[in-house]
Design a protein around this ligand. Sequence first.
Ligand SMILES: *Cc1c(COP(=O)(O)O)cnc(C)c1O
Length: 380
Amino acid sequence: MRFQTRAIHVGQEPESKTGAVVVPIFQTSTYAQAAPGVHKGHEYSRTSNPTRDALQECLASLESARHGLAFASGMAASSTLLLALSSGDHVVSSDDVYGGTFRVFDKVMRRHGLEFTQVDTSSIDAVRAALRPATKLVWVESPTNPLLGITDIAAVATLCRERGITLVVDNTFMSPALQRPLELGADLVLHSTTKYIGGHSDVVGGFIGTNSAEWHERLKFLQNAAGGVPGPFDAWLTLRGLKTLALRMETHCRSALQIAEWLSTHERVENVLYPGLATHPGHAVHARQASGGGGVISFRVKGGLDAARRVCSATKLFFLAESLGGVESLIEHPAIMTHASVPVEQRTARGIGDNLIRISVGIEHLEDLRADLAQALAHA
Ligand SMILES: *Cc1c(COP(=O)(O)O)cnc(C)c1O
């Protein structure tokens, strides 16, 4: 079965008792047993729940993973994965990782004895140089946020395999409709399903997929032990989002490319960061490992902080809000909003300046979106 068909059918047989074609929301915490220890596959909903099972099975299939586990949020997925490590273990990550991921590394897991090194993972030499005997995990995002940097996932996977190190790819920005890290050699794929997978800005969730039975057993144990699971209704909403993922991603990509090209020629725009543009430094690698540029664009406006602030405040269709990946377009100012917790020197060194704006291109009509940005840029 192809991707679009699996999104609608895998894990989603009509319900056995009634024939309901949609997987029901099994809003239950426990399950009656016929005799002590004799049950129908479920005992308690932290451990397993049929609605969550359907989501896990379907999303695993879309990520070309044999196994999948759903979590209460992307951060619950990340934190649970880090619980698999032990004091003294070392992690190498992209220097541009999601802010919440950096926070849990730096402010939580460091206290528990894990060590972290952040490097520009777009350079394979930088990744190699950062590896130590204690390195257990390499953590990559491609594209990164908000600078849309690209890492050659297959090259990092080869390096990790030689050294017996686990590679995890946070695939939130691409979704499996555009990029499938396990097919490129990664050991684990991680998601904030809050973004493109849920797709409607109405649910928070996370996911980890793998082909390794050993990793699956370890993470399944931790999912139950630590308990960061999604409720049945959240699992159901996310599963509903999956059904239209491929359709939505096509529109996100098509509109974002047109907007990125148009912004590149705009007199008030200094430069545009979008991996779908041929001028992007990671374009060739990205085109090899993903089938579209995605829906997120960052750009720098001429005129500094004030100009950027005016543009962000002037859009009408693009809501000024954090997050991304929903059907509605969003605009935000990374230095003031999503990346405010990154110290200013680090922000500046990495290129997250005061004139940087990030947009998440939704699935509204392209011409309405372009007109909205045009009138907002007139305020710059
Ligand atoms: C949002 C996000 C996360 C965190 O996910 P939550 O669902 O908000 O906990 C992790 N990684 C990336 C790339 C994200 O965009």
